[in-house]
Ligand binder design. Structure first.
Ligand code: NAD
Ligand code: IPM
Ligand code: MN
Length: 365
């Protein structure tokens, strides 16, 4: 059988709850396709801080690098919020993304017909929305130097960061986005702040120059403030969006709400080579952690992206996505996507129902 090594990084808060569900689903869907998984679980974020003193232990990065794909839950929590920067869970996550070189973060926001009622937007606005946000993940203001704390010439304390992009960094993320758009509806909208920021001016120039290589893709440009507004006004105008690290962070959370809940949105982060990193776009949700309330579907769907983009196992990915649809069709909902007439379930029960749906495919297939 085909065999893969999977690194599991449950992390903090609801992370362990949702990763546990996704692992079981991944295992079962794989086994129905003759795939064998060897899982290895290592700490990251607050969990790693508590057990090793750092948010990304060397062993965690090495394990991740030596595996075929990495599945992460979420990191962070009140307990570590006041830590110095190098001892923050979030720093561990950024080190992991940088260490794996996963510069392209794909965040699909699809409004499923079953969840139209869970959207805060009017039915006719939300219905049929299918957007792919391609977020640059290892550059920009998250990593730019100089950064830090200091004081200005008036002696006042300051904090500062640098938004910085090189042409090769923009070129490689734009290439990924053009390729993604080409396989979708052929429309790419590049989002920037080129009316104000130099890094955005270079971004727009570089994306524009590349467009001639992708004449089958229709390219447009939009300022980020307008894009934030257009996403709510008329989200169906978007097919594929490409943008920098921080705009992509914000716009993908915004796009998640079109679909009903942030608890539904998966992501895939890929680099030029080596294992990909797969994680829901949500955080550790400390407000509901440990209460069996989390929606595990974003992580389950991230496992499907792991199969598709990380391992090239399209059939097994489809099995998971079909099982999620099937489970929603049966009316099961966690609190974040609940609407009248559906059945409220917790994280574990939702996982069990998805497993049942995957299992029932065994006889169908
Ligand atoms: P969050 O995404 O954790 O939570 C925002 C809101 O969405 C909360 O009300 C939460 O209960 C809800 N929510 C999130 N995921 C859900 C799910 N699967 N099911 C149901 N409801 C869900 O964002 P936050 O509160 O701003 O951040 C909390 C912590 O998570 C912080 O420490 C932050 O740094 C961290 N964080 C980590 C990641 C990551 O690991 N990739 C991403 C975002 C935030
Ligand atoms: C995300 C998160 C992270 C980010 C944080 C926790 C570092 O918000 O994955 O979207 O900003 O990238
Ligand atoms: Mn985010």
């Amino acid at each position: 059988p085909r065999s893969y090594r999977i690194t599991l990084l449950p992390g903090d808060g609801i992370g362990p709850e949702v990763v546990s569900v996704a692992k079981d689903v991944l295992y079962l869907a794989g086994s129905l396709e003759g795939i064998e998984f060897r899982f290895r679980e290592v700490p990251v974020g607050g969990a790693a801080l508590d057990s090793t003193g750092v948010p990304l232990p060397e062993e965690t990065l090495t394990t991740a690098k030596e595996s075929d794909a990495v599945l992460l839950g979420a990191i962070g929590g009140y307990k570590w919020d006041a830590n110095e920067k190098h001892l923050k869970p979030e720093t561990g996550l950024l080190q992991l993304r940088a260490g794996l070189g996963v510069f392209a973060n794909l965040r699909p926001a699809t409004v499923l017909p079953q969840l139209v009622d869970a959207s805060t937007l009017k039915k006719e606005v939300a219905e049929g929305v299918d957007i792919m946000v391609v977020r640059e993940l290892t550059g920009g203001i998250y990593f730019g130097k100089p950064r830090g704390f200091g004081s200005n010439d008036k002696g006042e304390d300051i904090g500062f960061n640098t938004e910085i992009y090189s042409v090769p960094e923009i070129d490689r993320i734009a290439r990924v986005a053009f390729e993604v758009a080409r396989k979708r509806r052929g429309q790419l909208c590049s989002v920037d702040k080129a009316n104000v920021l130099e890094a955005s001016m270079l971004w727009r120039k570089t994306v524009t120059a590349l467009a001639s290589e992708f004449s089958d893709v229709e390219i447009s440009h939009m300022y980020v403030d307008n894009a934030a507004m257009q996403l709510i006004r008329n989200p169906k105008q978007f097919d594929t969006i490409v943008t920098n690290n921080i705009f992509g962070d914000i716009l993908s959370d915004e796009a998640s709400m079109l679909t009903g809940s942030i608890g539904m949105l998966p992501s895939a982060s890929i680099g030029a080579s080596g294992p990909g990193l797969f994680e829901p776009i949500h955080g550790s949700a400390p407000d509901i952690a440990g209460q069996d309330k989390a929606n595990p579907l974003a992580t389950v769907l991230s496992a499907a992206m792991l199969l598709r983009y990380g391992l090239g196992e399209e059939q097994a990915a489809k099995r998971i996505e079909d099982a999620v649809i099937n489970t929603l069709n049966k009316g099961f909902r966690t609190g974040d996507i609940f609407s009248e007439g559906t059945t409220l379930v917790g994280c574990k029960r939702m996982g069990a129902e998805v497993l049942k749906s995957v299992d029932s495919q065994a006889t169908v297939a």
